[in-house]
Design a protein around this ligand. Structure first.
Ligand code: AMP
Length: 209
């Protein structure tokens, strides 16, 4: 029952790799970003509170995120193992997570800064199935249209330049120190996240073997 956490800067491919790994290994894919976006779209009280933080590229308050994660992580499918993508984002969250569940591995995604910016600026998502594309590195067959759903692709509000800068700064300040926290607990494995999704996925599977 593998319990795996992905830590890495925005744009490093955590969501893409979590989807691939979850499918390959039959694990639940838990993404706090997806959970929060769903809450915003559904207009729940929690979503309404989270919205402005997300659009600005700032972290949503810890208690709100913990609430949404605790519920999801106790669902039946997560009992067979999970890939947790986007949580924890700071030390307090890492400590909260340790109180909820033991972990088997933490994968740190390593990607140079200029590549992160390019990936984030080129990212487009399907509003229906949430498939992620990149206009430069991973375009759909028809520009601007989802291969699966035929829906018009959209840009996340937090993929606008000002929010991208905030998210990268928040990562450097609050999230990056977690690699030391998990290295000290002998859980950390570092993944070279450069290149094509399938190549990264191959390295990831070897890293976790
Ligand atoms: P992501 O899809 O993981 O990039 O998350 C999108 C946004 O959701 C982030 O920029 C934050 O505003 C919020 N978010 C996601 N996960 C967390 C978390 N663990 N703690 C605080 N905010 C989060």
């Amino acid at each position: 029952m593998p319990r795996i956490v992905f830590v890495g800067p925005p744009g490093s491919g955590k969501g893409t790799q979590a989807a691939i790994l979850a499918k390959a290994r039959g694990l639940a894919h838990l993404s706090t970003g997806d959970m929060l976006r769903a809450a915003v779209a559904a207009g729940t009280a929690l979503g309404q509170q989270a919205r402005s933080y997300m659009e600005a590229g700032r972290l949503v308050p810890d208690d709100l995120v913990l609430q949404i994660l605790s519920e999801r992580i106790s669902a039946a499918d997560a009992q067979r193992g999970f890939v947790l993508d986007g949580y924890p984002r700071n030390l307090a969250q890492a400590e909260a997570l340790a109180r909820i569940t033991p972990l088997d591995a933490v994968v740190a995604f390593d990607l140079p800064f200029p590549e992160l910016e390019a990936r984030l600026a080129g990212r487009r998502v399907c509003p229906v199935c949430h498939t992620v594309y990149n206009i430069v590195t991973n375009p759909p067959a028809t520009p601007g249209v989802c291969d699966r759903e035929g829906a018009t692709l959209v840009q996340r509000p937090d993929d606008q330049p000002a929010a991208i800068r905030t998210r990268l700064a928040v990562y450097a300040e609050e999230t990056a120190p977690l690699t030391r926290y998990y290295a000290g607990r002998k859980l950390l494995r570092t993944l070279d996240a450069r290149g094509e999704p399938q190549d990264v996925a191959g390295r990831l599977l070897r890293l976790l073997a």
